[in-house]
Design a protein around this ligand. Structure first.
Ligand code: SF4
Length: 61
């Protein structure tokens, strides 16, 4: 599983709170996902972050 944040992100920070192992905020004020696969053990929180994004900016790729 790998995650990607698209251009719809409004920078609310929710995904970073839900799954800081995968999502972080950039200096531009939007979220970014780590490159490469979601680490073992973080799949559930990554999916929760994806489902919780208010603008559906997180895609599973
Ligand atoms: S939850 Fe969605 S809108 Fe909020 S920072 Fe994460 S990707 Fe962006």
């Amino acid at each position: 599983m790998q995650m990607k944040v698209n251009e719809a992100c409004i920078g609310c920070g929710l995904c970073c709170a839900n799954c800081p192992e995968v999502f972080s905020m950039t200096d531009a004020g939007v979220a970014v996902a780590i490159a490469g696969p979601v680490p073992a053990g973080c799949e559930e929180s990554a999916m929760s972050a994806k489902d919780g994004c208010p603008v559906e900016a997180i895609e599973e790729v």
